[in-house]
Design a binder for this molecule. Structure first.
Ligand SMILES: [Cu+2]
Length: 552
């Protein structure tokens, strides 16, 4: 792993050149909380979440973006206004509502070149969708190239007034949402050309430190002794997974990716990019400060000086850093110990290979480029949904030709994925569905009776495989991809085109604004797209680059 270390050290030397001081006081200002019918604006602001000042691509000027909330059954109408101006980053955008099934509203999925063209600067698009049968912890993020890594992301929570686990906790509000992220000191349009990039720091609720020498503020989560909290963890990183724990406290998992699970007590849990967990934390220890730890799988980092950390502070404790110690896990989360609470069981006839459609995807990555069954995904110029609505229905007619898997309607799909090479473990996300994980990576046994149901799954390491099942009951094109943004950008994706001949009839009328996205985007000049000299910038930092400039 010489290359990542090399690049990390280059970036560290850039960092040293411009250290910014910060002077925020507690309590830290929180972004506002928005409802399901709202307008959010994507724009550029200079922030220093880890003590290093840089321009970023943000929602409503904050990192992470504001919490969007709704109640189970609500209808959403979220207008995204593009006010991007910074020429060093991308100036178009699209926003994906991660984990929302979008059944009947594929056009609102926010996935550039799959479900829509990007929203051009000074333009806007209203995402209308409903959540008749979903409640839990979700998030939103840019799905345009690697723009998410410049900061465009935030939490989304759908509350269930009849939550069957309501008896288990006393507090579940904006203060119990915990976002875990990585952060970069070089803008993403440049970073995407590096082979083997690593993050500059980890942020918890948008705050962190990139070296133990920086005393920038850490996030503080306040609790009252004797109360129980539903903490909603969201891994919104571009790359690393995190080993999460809170010193001295067990955590009881009750939700994975918007699906309730049988309660499972753990002392540490690994959470992969895109994944979410609700965990119940009982504030039953002495009034004090405790370290919240979120350790990323990147080289050369530690907990020194409060890096990769936040603070759990009991009311009445002094406003000082904790002195608690990390301990070795005795009850670490293993995915196969999670069991879906309601209507458990994978669809179809139990047994490996017994589904209606049995797919095998093998992923390789020579020289940093990713191939799924020997094909590297390249975005089409016409979004797949627009191709389908224009009459293309067979795999042979849809572009990019070999990256589109056409699936018949109302079939049980069993997908096996194995990955090799560097960069793993890879978190695999399917849009439009949750799936049952009938075999978790690293586990030799299958579970068709009550496996975890979720929307991002770890594909494991070399020599391992994971197996998932879902039903094709949601006509439309759905992206299946690695949720490490650098890997998606390097080709780690396919499109599952569910019953294309049904899609037009399955969709609520496609909004007329959607029709306008492509003509507007296609007319943009290179300077209106932004990040014109990103490749030259990358060359000035390191010679270890992808060989050809690739465009969004
Ligand atoms: Cu990956």
């Amino acid at each position: 792993m010489l290359i990542p270390i090399f690049i990390a050290s280059i970036i560290a030397s850039i960092n040293a050149a411009s250290i910014a001081s910060r002077s925020q006081s507690y309590p830290l200002p929180r972004a506002g909380v928005l409802g399901p019918k709202t307008t959010i604006t994507v724009g550029n602001n200079v922030i220093s979440p880890d003590g290093f000042e840089r321009s970023a691509t943000l929602v409503d000027g904050t990192f992470p973006g504001p919490l969007i909330t709704a109640q189970k059954g609500d209808s959403f109408a979220i207008e995204v206004v593009n006010g991007l101006t910074d020429d060093t980053m991308f100036k178009s955008t699209s926003i994906h509502w991660h984990g929302i099934y979008q059944n009947g509203t594929n056009y609102a999925d926010g996935t550039s070149f799959v479900s829509q063209c990007p929203i051009a600067q000074n333009n806007s698009f209203v995402h209308t969708f409903s959540v008749p049968n979903q409640a839990g912890t979700y998030w939103y993020h840019s799905h345009y190239s690697v723009q998410q890594c410049d900061g465009l992301k935030g939490p989304l929570v759908i509350y269930d007034p009849d939550d069957p686990f309501a008896y288990m906790y006393d507090v579940d509000d904006a203060t119990t949402v915990i976002t875990l992220s990585d952060w970069y000191h070089v803008v993403a349009p440049v970073t995407r050309y590096f082979i083997g990039v690593e993050a500059s720091s980890s942020l918890i609720n948008g705050l962190g430190r990139y070296t133990p020498d920086i005393q920038s503020d850490l996030a503080v989560i306040n609790v009252e002794q004797g109360k129980r909290y539903r903490m909603r963890l969201i891994a919104m990183s571009c790359d690393p997974n995190f080993l999460f724990s809170i010193d001295g406290h067990n955590l009881t998992v009750i939700e994975a990716d918007g699906v309730l699970t049988e309660p499972l007590a753990v002392d540490k849990l690994r959470i992969f990019p895109g994944q979410r967990y609700s965990v119940v934390l009982e504030a039953n220890k002495s009034v004090d400060n405790y370290w919240i730890r979120s350790f990323p799988n990147i080289s050369g980092t530690s907990f020194d000086g409060g890096m990769n950390s936040a603070i759990l502070r009991y009311n009445g404790a002094q406003q000082v850093d904790p002195t608690t110690n990390d301990t070795i896990a005795k009850m670490a989360l293993e995915e196969w110990n999670l069991h879906t609470l309601i209507n458990p069981g994978a669809p179809g006839i139990p047994g490996y290979g017994n589904a209606d459609i049995n797919l095998n995807l093998n992923v390789t990555n020579p020289n940093g480029t990713f191939y799924v069954n020997n094909v590297s995904f390249k975005s089409p110029t016409v979004p797949v949904l627009l191709q389908i609505l224009s009459g293309a229905q067979d795999a042979s007619q849809l572009l990019p030709n070999e990256s589109i898997i056409v699936l018949e309607a109302n079939k049980v799909v069993e997908l096996t994925m194995s990955t090799g090479g560097l960069g793993g473990p890879h978190p695999i996300h399917l849009h439009g569905h949750a799936f049952d994980v009938v075999q978790s990576a690293g586990n030799s046994t299958f579970n068709y009776v009550n496996p975890v149901r979720r929307d991002v799954v770890n594909a494991g390491g070399i020599g391992q495989q994971m197996v998932i099942r879902w039903i094709t009951d949601n006509s439309g094109p759905w992206f299946l991809h690695c949720h490490i943004d650098w890997h998606l950008d390097a080709g780690f994706a396919v499109v599952m085109a569910e019953s294309p001949s049904d899609t037009l009839a399955h969709l609520n009328p496609v909004p007329t604004d959607w029709d306008q996205l492509c003509p507007i985007f296609d007319s943009l000049s290179p300077s209106q797209l932004g990040a014109l000299d990103a490749y030259e910038q990358a060359e000035s930092i390191t010679p270890i680059l992808f060989p050809q400039p690739h465009i969004p």
